[in-house]
Design a protein around this ligand. Structure first.
Ligand SMILES: NC(=O)c1ccc[n+]([C@@H]2O[C@H](COP(=O)([O-])OP(=O)(O)OC[C@H]3O[C@@H](n4cnc5c(N)ncnc54)[C@H](OP(=O)(O)O)[C@@H]3O)[C@@H](O)[C@H]2O)c1
Length: 379
């Protein structure tokens, strides 16, 4: 499968490439159907007349008007159907991908069904569940599905990732980013002592990759547009920070100096354009570049020989649970990610949590001041 997304909220250009063999899963069951009535097995916590707050949109949105389609609305609680759990949401992250969803840039079945609640990732507590669900009420779970920008979400149990009760909430709310960081590092094949270059080095995912890489003895160069006095990337795993707005030398020369002329063994990129082309040319023999986002608006240009003569490669990564839920055999990996990231010395960047009533601030800050860090909605 080859999928790449290119988006830039400031220029509003995009590019999507999807292969015909994209895996499918059935559309989720009637995600916004109001509850038909009290379930016989329903516990005493919730009443059929209960209402909840949700951030809803009724049509395709655009960053040009700061996603003015989004509205805070009171609506009936969702209904947990067969095999589903009703999650009392605690926190949901606001991610570049959530904006792609509102712009209808994701392929089917990741399409809004109007009226659609925003948000695709979050964490909460199981409030009640249908009899088929084995996870008990009270379990802290993370999920990447739909409808996370709301006080409650009905989610098929297979999409839920159970977490320890004391797992930090700002990590649980973006557990998808932690899984992504883990997978990117694995896919890069970079080994202890080798060099890894990360673009958008200030982003949440890049800082997670850097910390995971450092723990494996990988040497990390974080490439940023601007060095922020508020963010110590060397304390977040980077051995070297390259600032693009202050180019003392071309990036290829800086990489030569950094690696003693050997080149970087891997590049993990969410920017694209000329920067990716330069980095791909700076790969060491057999090196890999992985595309997982497309912040930049420009395409990249390479000659075939740029890759061929060194046996290097460019591939893409799509979140492993984008189209399909976790499998039982993934349990060990998910436990390893939880164990690695739970301790306080594994940092995630948080610029703050906002009540649903204040969602507009959270959206505006994410769009216009992403360098301040990730925003969360709290419920
Ligand atoms: N493929 C997947 O499955 C997958 C999964 C998760 C995330 N993603 C992608 O990963 C990327 C990072 O996500 P995130 O949640 O970590 O982002 P984030 O924390 O919101 O990233 C914010 C940072 O990105 C940098 N940035 C923003 N626009 C940029 C541009 N045009 N050029 C260069 N840098 C830019 C800025 O760095 P400076 O401070 O240097 O300006 C900013 O500090 C996104 O593209 C997202 O879509 C992909």
């Amino acid at each position: 499968m080859t999928v790449s997304f290119c988006q830039d909220c400031s220029t509003k250009q995009f590019l999507t490439l999807f292969s015909a063999s994209m895996p499918r899963h059935p559309m989720p069951p009637d995600r916004l159907t109001p509850r038909p009535g009290r379930l016989p097995e329903r516990g005493p916590i919730l009443d059929e007349d209960d209402m909840m707050k949700a951030i809803v949109f009724d049509r395709i949105g655009s960053p040009l008007d700061d996603f003015a389609v989004l509205h805070l609305r009171e609506q009936p609680l969702p209904f947990a159907g067969a095999g589903e759990a009703l999650i009392r949401m605690r926190s949901a992250s606001i991610n570049p991908g959530d904006f792609l969803f509102i712009q209808e840039l994701y392929p089917a079945p990741k399409r809004p069904q109007y009226p659609q609640i925003g948000g695709n990732h979050g964490t909460g507590i199981i409030a009640e569940a249908s009899p088929e669900v084995s996870l008990p009420p009270g379990t802290l779970v993370a999920f990447s599905y739909y409808n996370s920008w709301a006080e409650y979400a009905a989610v098929p149990a297979e999409w839920l990732i159970p977490l320890p009760a004391d797992y930090p909430i700002e990590k649980a709310a973006q557990f998808m980013n932690l899984i992504t960081a883990w997978d990117l590092l694995e896919q890069s094949g970079v080994e202890p002592g080798q060099w890894l270059a990360l673009t958008a080095g200030n982003s949440a995912v890049a800082t997670m990759v850097a910390q995971m890489a450092r723990r494996r003895g990988v040497r990390v160069a974080a490439i940023v547009r601007r060095i922020s006095a508020q963010r110590d990337l060397t304390g977040l795993g980077a051995e070297l920070v390259i600032e693009l707005s202050q180019p003392s030398k071309p990036i290829s020369e800086q990489i030569d100096a950094m690696t003693g002329g050997k080149g970087v063994n891997a590049v993990i990129d969410s920017v694209g354009g000329p920067l990716l082309a330069d980095l791909a040319r700076s790969l060491s023999p057999g090196g890999k570049a992985i595309i997982y986002g497309g912040f930049g608006a420009d395409p990249f240009a390479l000659h075939n020989f740029d890759l061929l003569m060194k046996g290097s490669a460019i591939s893409s990564y799509v979140y492993r649970y984008f189209f399909e839920p976790p499998k039982p055999q993934d349990r060990e990996t998910l436990q390893a990610i939880i164990a690695l990231t739970a301790p306080a010395d594994f940092k995630v960047l948080s610029a703050g949590a906002h009540d649903l009533d204040d969602f507009r601030t959270a959206i505006d800050e994410t769009l216009h001041r992403p360098e301040r860090g990730k925003r969360f909605l709290r419920m």
